[in-house]
Design a protein around this ligand. Structure first.
Ligand SMILES: *[C@@H]1O[C@H](CO)[C@@H](O)[C@H](O)[C@H]1NC(C)=O
Length: 455
């Protein structure tokens, strides 16, 4: 009996230590890594030309003709299986409609003028020419406090996602004394920003470039808004450059650290312990949906250049690959519809985004971000396990591919100023610009109205 008690005592002490070690594993916060700006251009490092030069999209006639010929020469597409919507991927019956619209109703010359409607610039940072839209407050805003905001897109998006949001932000009325100044860059390797020429350009490195961009434009302190990769890049800026970030706002607040993983595991078995009430029923099912929707992710994180060959060569292939995401990422139920629900989208806007990828020939370089952001070297930075301490705001959309429970977000974002739930999908800026911009303006207003912290 005495022996048993002693043993029990030993086991208890042992498991207490075990639990302690496990707890420490989960809660220990890694040191912030030092990630230099570096040089990503061709050849040996050169000094940047820091001039900010106006930029206009102007695709040569030869490139337009080449595009039209390839679109015209699309081969006979394979018929979908009988009775099938988008469950096997893009339905070719509907794709033919998109291609016919592209050929007959989409006029590139007009769309180029549209895409040039906001002032655009390029400037060289870390050896790369970075493209961005820059909308400054107009003359009517004289005397108002100018607050800079950088808006960050993701994959397979572009600066086009923000075109509807821009006037809503510059024309906001909720803060009468404030004028928002918008900077909207193309990610390196996307659209008209140069791509890195050597391996290693992950979200934190891109964040370094964008922080430098904001400083070059005279903004030492600014707000960030981002979705998709823009959200990951933005949170790395908030982590690595907190002195420059007034607030971080995202429509895909994301936490992938150890604690969030633990929350996910527990939440998938006992959702009511972890997950917000309105998502308790849906949460466990989201993991099979994530697997169903993330095949592209594994390919792009491993062999982006291979899949890039076909997409670079075929307008139909590029459109199917990208626009498919606007179906199920906007609403997973649309997978069962013959048109993938895509008739709910403005086709012209979707094709603008495709044209940016096509004419800049950037699909391959855009996909490499998955390889860089999930390399073992990058994951060793453990950025996901380091809390973001700047004021943060999360707009959660009910059709986002993955739902982040509030407990996980509060762990990652220690100063979570606001968290609100809305109807909408992954491409919130593009799909529901009013909802997103109202939430962003609300967030900025709240953060600006806080009393400055005593030092
Ligand atoms: C595009 O370039 C051509 C040839 O240099 C020029 O004539 C035309 O005005 C340019 N268009 C725009 C929109 O800049």
């Amino acid at each position: 009996m005495g022996m048993c008690l002693k043993l029990l005592g030993l086991v208890s002490v042992g498991s207490a230590i075990g639990i302690g070690v496990l707890w420490h594993c989960f809660t220990s916060v890694p040191d912030l890594p030092d990630i230099p700006l570096g040089y990503w251009g061709p050849g040996a490092p050169k000094k940047d030309d820091t001039a900010v030069k106006p930029f206009t999209i102007n695709i040569s006639e030869a490139d337009v003709k080449d595009f039209e010929a390839r679109l015209d020469n699309t081969r006979n597409l394979v018929e979908p299986l009988e009775g099938i919507g988008f469950q096997y991927g893009f339905n070719s019956v509907y794709l033919k409609k998109v291609l016919a619209f592209w050929k007959n109703n989409y006029k590139w010359s007009e769309r180029q003028t549209f895409l040039n409607k906001y002032p655009q610039f390029k400037t060289q940072i870390a050896g790369l020419n970075i493209h961005f839209i820059h909308v400054k407050p107009d003359a009517k805003s004289k005397g108002k406090k100018v607050v800079p905001v950088i808006l960050l897109h993701g994959w397979p998006g572009s600066v086009r996602e923000f075109y509807e949001s821009i006037p809503m932000l510059t024309g906001q009325k909720a803060m009468p004394d404030v004028a928002l100044e918008l900077v909207i860059p193309s990610l390196p390797g996307y659209g008209w920003s140069d791509a890195a020429r050597r391996p290693g350009m992950g979200p934190a490195q891109i964040g370094n470039i964008f922080t430098e961009l904001m400083k070059r434009l005279g903004h030492d302190k600014f707000f960030i808004q981002g979705g998709d990769w823009g959200s990951v890049i933005g949170s790395s800026m908030a982590l690595l450059h907190p002195q420059n970030v007034i607030g971080y706002h995202s429509n895909m607040c994301f936490c992938d650290g150890k604690i969030a993983m633990l929350h996910s595991i527990v939440g998938s078995m006992f959702p009511s312990l972890i997950v917000d009430e309105h998502m308790v029923d849906e949460f466990p099912g989201q993991f099979s949906n994530i697997i169903q929707e993330s095949g592209y992710f594994h390919i792009q994180a491993t062999k982006p250049d291979t899949v890039g060959v076909g997409l670079t060569d075929s307008p139909a292939g590029l459109a199917a690959y990208i626009i498919e995401k606007f179906s199920t990422w906007t609403n997973k139920k649309w997978r069962d519809l013959p048109d993938g629900g895509l008739e709910n989208w403005d086709k012209t806007g979707l094709l603008d985004n495709i044209m940016i990828y096509w004419f800049s020939n950037s699909i391959t370089t855009s996909m490499r971000l998955y390889s860089e952001g999930f390399s073992s070297k990058y994951r060793a930075y453990k950025l996901d396990d380091i809390p973001v301490t700047v004021p943060s705001g999360c707009a959660r959309f009910d059709n986002e591919v993955a739902f982040s429970p509030t407990v996980s977000l509060r762990h990652k974002f220690t100063d979570l100023v606001q968290i609100k739930d809305y109807k909408g999908g992954h491409f919130a800026a593009f799909e529901v610009p009013k909802t997103l911009t109202d939430d962003l303006v609300d967030f900025i207003k709240t953060v600006l109205s806080r009393k400055p912290k005593k030092e």
